[in-house]
Design a protein around this ligand. Structure first.
Ligand SMILES: *[C@@H]1O[C@H](CO)[C@@H](O)[C@H](O)[C@H]1NC(C)=O
Ligand SMILES: *[C@@H]1O[C@H](CO)[C@@H](O)[C@H](O)[C@H]1NC(C)=O
Ligand SMILES: *[C@@H]1O[C@H](CO)[C@@H](O)[C@H](O)[C@H]1NC(C)=O
Length: 228
């Protein structure tokens, strides 16, 4: 019942996000609108939890079997995606790079993408995908001489390392860093690319990643056969 309420909430958030969104930049970036993904996941989840909840209440074998079969299907799909992601890690990395590249290109066009990139860069203490010079992918930060933008050769503020004891935050600390070499840039920003940071994060949190996967899988496996 709890999961049923939760799935309705997901659908509501998805519909709200779909209606609210004025531009389609995010949809173009993700190929599919994340709001639509939320709605689909919510509806499927509502269907499955409905079968489990009503099936158990009414002792309806057909509903319970549908519930069990759906969960098995979902679990096997997750397993397949995890295994494919593991064996095709190079392709996974390429797909992620394409996504981050689009997010950088459209950084100024869409507030959601801007917030997402800022969050990633601050959280992982990184800048760009390979390194900070990736911000040239963006029209505003592009470092070619002919670029008339006032932010030419800059990187966003979210790349900046916090200065201890600084009372007035310098939002222009990333200006011109693309012309600097790695060591110079390291004085004001995180020069490391987010790809390397993500790999480092996964390596140092392997136990957490495994525990999360197990935590997701266990309830599904134990619910495989509600008839026993
Ligand atoms: C940044 O990454 C690009 C692509 O991997 C590389 O060509 C370039 O030399 C790097 N720049 C710095 C300053 O590390
Ligand atoms: C920067 O802009 C120039 C001119 O528009 C373009 O040729 C170049 O490819 C851009 N740089 C990057 C890294 O995309
Ligand atoms: C960059 O600066 C940080 C401290 O601000 C330092 O710990 C780190 O070793 C530096 N990295 C390089 C490559 O110099």
């Amino acid at each position: 019942l709890f999961l049923q309420v939760f799935s309705l909430l997901i659908v509501a958030i998805g519909v709200y996000a779909r209606v609210q969104k004025a531009t389609d930049t995010v949809r173009d970036t993700f190929l599919i609108d994340p709001a639509v993904i939320l709605i689909v996941v919510g509806v499927v989840m509502f269907f499955i939890t409905f079968c489990g909840c009503i099936g158990a209440l009414r002792e309806n074998i057909r509903l319970l079997k549908t519930f069990s079969f759906s969960l098995t299907l979902v679990f096997l799909t997750q397993l397949a995606i995890a295994i494919l992601g593991f064996f095709y890690s190079d392709q996974t990395r390429d797909a992620l790079e394409r996504f981050v590249k689009k997010a950088i290109v459209h950084y100024r066009d869409d507030l959601d993408l801007q917030n997402l990139m800022d969050y990633i860069q601050k959280e992982f203490q990184c800048c760009g995908w390979n390194n900070y010079t990736d911000w040239s992918w963006n029209l505003y930060f592009n470092c070619t001489h002919t670029n008339p933008s006032s932010e030419r050769c800059a990187v966003p503020f979210s790349c900046c390392t916090p200065v201890p004891g600084e009372t007035v935050i310098n939002t222009m600390c990333g200006f011109g860093v693309q012309t600097q070499n790695y060591l110079e840039a390291n004085k004001s920003i995180y020069p490391v690319g987010c790809a390397d940071r993500a790999v480092m994060w996964i390596d140092s949190h392997l136990l957490l990643v495994g525990a999360l996967a197990l935590g997701l899988a266990l309830p599904q496996v134990t619910a495989f056969n509600p008839l026993t």
